[in-house]
Design a protein around this ligand. Structure first.
Ligand SMILES: CC(C)(COP(=O)(O)OP(=O)(O)OC[C@H]1O[C@@H](n2cnc3c(N)ncnc32)[C@H](O)[C@@H]1OP(=O)(O)O)[C@@H](O)C(=O)NCCC(=O)NCCS
Length: 141
């Protein structure tokens, strides 16, 4: 996890960051493994229904633009719904065009902005949120 983190993020989480997060029962780390390859993607989140915060999402460089991040977000919604989560949210650097395009495509909407929040690389933090839709059958459960 930490190796992938350091390969994908300019401001990587330290071992201590991971250890502290993992001590919290609300925290989850997913590693995405594809057939014939090692782990190629990661997703970290904190679920405290009715909200879930996405903390980390990344795909190794050679595996990008193949729908894998989208796949992880879709799987996350399934798991979130089974935990009665109503909304997913995250902060993303406005300069991160790949990530912002991904989240907008997946139906996330801007709910706020924190000016000059990120230092490495410099940028505003966009607060993005997606309200999950439950169909009647799911809502009855
Ligand atoms: C952001 C990131 C996770 C996207 O992963 P990915 O697997 O390549 O994304 P997908 O293939 O699922 O792309 C889905 C959609 O996202 C958008 N997208 C993804 N990469 C993009 C890029 N480089 N430029 C513009 N849009 C992009 C597109 O809308 C794309 O849909 P399309 O293929 O129909 O155009 C990946 O670029 C990454 O790991 N970046 C470094 C870590 C990071 O910045 N994480 C996000 C902050 S939490």
């Amino acid at each position: 996890m930490m190796k992938m983190d350091s390969l994908c993020f300019s401001a990587a989480w330290s071992e201590q960051d991971y250890r502290e997060m993992q001590e919290q029962p609300t925290f989850s780390n997913w590693l995405l493994q594809v057939p014939t390859a090692a782990q190629v993607g990661m997703l970290s989140f904190q679920s405290v229904p009715p909200e879930l915060q996405i903390l980390r999402l990344a795909v190794l460089l050679d595996w990008r633009k193949q729908g894998l991040a989208q796949f992880m977000l879709e799987q996350l919604e399934i798991v979130a719904k089974s935990a009665n989560v109503e909304s997913l949210w995250l902060e993303v650097n406005s300069a991160n065009k790949a990530a912002t395009a991904l989240y907008y495509k997946q139906g996330y909407q801007e709910t706020g902005i924190r000016k000059n929040y990120f230092i490495n690389p410099l940028g505003d933090a966009l607060l993005l949120k997606k309200i999950l839709k439950y169909d009647d059958k799911q809502a009855a459960q």
